[in-house]
Design a protein around this ligand. Structure first.
Ligand code: UN1
Length: 507
């Protein structure tokens, strides 16, 4: 059994890992592998199986067999395993944080936050084992009892991204399990070691064989088969809009439940009456935290005329002081971006922005100084005088780039904020309670922050967005239960005679 000792990540370079199917660690049928490397230095993290449709089929068969027993385990007992998992995550938090800063690249404080989010989610969902409320309601007939209960759906395919390599799997897998489903998990190929560790801890927490399976590999082979497999009833994906559309199309023939969490082009509005120092902190945290690689990142800043110049110069000054470096070094403010392709995409948007006539105020280049050339580092980038219709103000860049847009009043600010295809997070800095309430009502987004940036969602509230950000579902909080259960309405007639609804009720 290949187990990853995350405390000695630097030494694990040549270690080869396996899939986990039906409670066994197994090689891929292909015998092929891929390597996970650190985006900060290129150091090897480990070798992982490049799995095939055959591996997916085996994992789905294991999950399908396991669900027959798992769905009958009382939900509070399923919750107990989530409590144990949360405790193991807590014990391993430092090691996982270290591994995450190496494999994914984010800075230590944020990596710790990522693990903490998974702990929080697991504890929250553990508690659901003793709630999972349905409704009881009067019947329209005498001597009859009505209720609705949540029921598990079956095998869930969970396809997760690299940007929250522990938190996002927990958002999907913890609720799926407590609701009585079994899971085949495909982690991103950029962060397989973290996905591996996540599953090991679940196995250590006492999850029965087959209830959670991991199949490593790319979207083409593994993801595609998972989405098309007739025995997978639910697909939950966090990824790009393009992948979401493809998944929905491929899942249509099987009439699967599809839960999609896609992109964002989130804006922070700063009005003339805002606390500017606070706004600057919120913008820097939301635009450059996680090197801008959050669906919730603030890649637009919509600023009212009266404070535009002042805000712009404060922001540029802070951005220019930010220190780039490996995530595990204490004084790093901005870690690397995930890979070369991402770095190239981010830089291409700098060229696009310049070509469109946006003013490059700072950044706009790959950082190569002081050994940073071994990794994928991009300087915090701010464009000024951006027109809301420019591509840099419309398309998701997923990097440390933000665009300043000047507006005359709150109406225009809300119009510009809404003038995109996505609708995940939104924010307004103002001291005027009337304007804040207008923003809460009128911003077309799944999340609105008042006097805070666009990032930092908590696990007990619904998470997700409107328009192209998804397909109407929400994860986290109570809303997650709707993704992973189906309602059953139950009617119990204790009258001893056949009573006909809608007919015998007529007086
Ligand atoms: C994401 O980027 O997909 O609210 C998730 C936040 C985090 C989660 C982001 N708690 O920014």
């Amino acid at each position: 059994m290949a187990q990853l000792d995350s405390s000695s990540v630097a030494l694990t370079g040549t270690k080869t890992f396996q899939n986990y199917i039906g409670g066994e660690w197994v090689d891929s049928a292909s015998g092929e592998t891929f390597e996970s490397t650190s985006p900060a230095t290129g150091e090897s993290i480990g070798i992982f199986p490049k799995s095939t449709a055959e591996d997916v089929d085996r994992a789905v068969a294991a999950a399908k067999a396991a669900v027959e027993e798992w769905r009958l385990v009382p939900a509070p007992q399923r919750g107990e395993i989530l409590y144990r998992f949360a405790n193991l995550l807590t014990e391993e938090k430092d090691d996982l944080t270290d591994l995450m800063s190496h494999e994914m690249g984010k800075v230590k404080a944020e990596a710790g936050g990522d693990v903490q989010e998974a702990i929080d989610m697991s504890l929250y969902m553990a508690g659901e084992g003793r709630r999972m409320f349905g409704q009881t309601t009067p019947s329209e007939l005498r001597d009859k009892f009505n209720m609705s209960v949540r029921q598990p759906i079956g095998v869930v395919g969970a396809i997760t991204p690299w940007n929250f390599p522990i938190a996002i799997p927990s958002w999907k897998i913890a609720p799926a399990l407590v609701c009585g489903n079994t899971v085949v998990f495909k982690p991103a190929t950029d962060t397989p070691a973290l996905g591996e560790r996540f599953v090991e801890l679940f196995a250590d927490a006492g999850l029965p064989a087959g209830v959670l399976n991991i199949v490593h590999g790319g979207g083409g082979a593994v993801g595609d088969r998972l989405v098309k497999h007739p025995d997978v009833r639910v697909i939950t994906l966090t990824g790009s809009r393009e992948t979401g559309v493809e998944v929905m199309r491929n899942a249509a023939d099987g009439l699967k439940h599809v839960h999609l969490e896609l992109g964002g082009k989130n804006a922070i509005i700063v009005l003339d009456d805002a606390d500017l120092e606070l706004a600057v902190e919120g913008i820097v945290w939301s635009a450059f935290g996680t090197s801008g690689q959050r669906c919730t990142a603030a890649s637009r800043v919509i600023v009212q005329d009266g404070v535009y110049e002042q805000l712009q110069s404060k922001l540029v000054a802070v951005a220019e002081k930010m220190r780039l470096g490996p995530g595990w070094e204490d004084d790093t403010d901005v870690g690397p971006v995930i890979n070369k392709r991402a770095l190239e995409k981010i830089h291409s948007y700098t060229e696009i922005g310049k070509g469109e006539g946006a003013k490059l105020l700072t950044g706009g280049e790959v950082a190569t100084d002081d050994g940073l050339d071994k990794g994928f580092f991009y300087r915090p980038t701010i464009f000024g005088d951006v027109d809301p219709q420019m591509r840099v103000a419309q398309e998701e860049i997923f990097g440390p780039t933000t665009a300043l847009i000047r507006v005359k009043d709150v109406d225009e600010a809300i119009r510009v904020s809404n003038g995109i295809n996505y609708g995940l997070s939104s924010s307004i800095f103002t001291r005027d309670v009337n304007k804040a309430f207008r923003a809460m009502r009128d911003l077309e987004a799944g999340i609105t922050y008042i006097n805070a940036g666009t990032i930092g969602a908590e696990v007990h509230l619904p998470f997700g967005g409107t328009k192209d950000t998804g397909n109407g579902h929400r994860e986290a909080g109570q809303a997650a239960l709707d993704v992973f259960t189906e309602w059953k309405s139950i009617y119990v007639d204790y009258s001893g005679k056949l009573q006909k609804a809608q007919i015998d009720t007529a007086s």
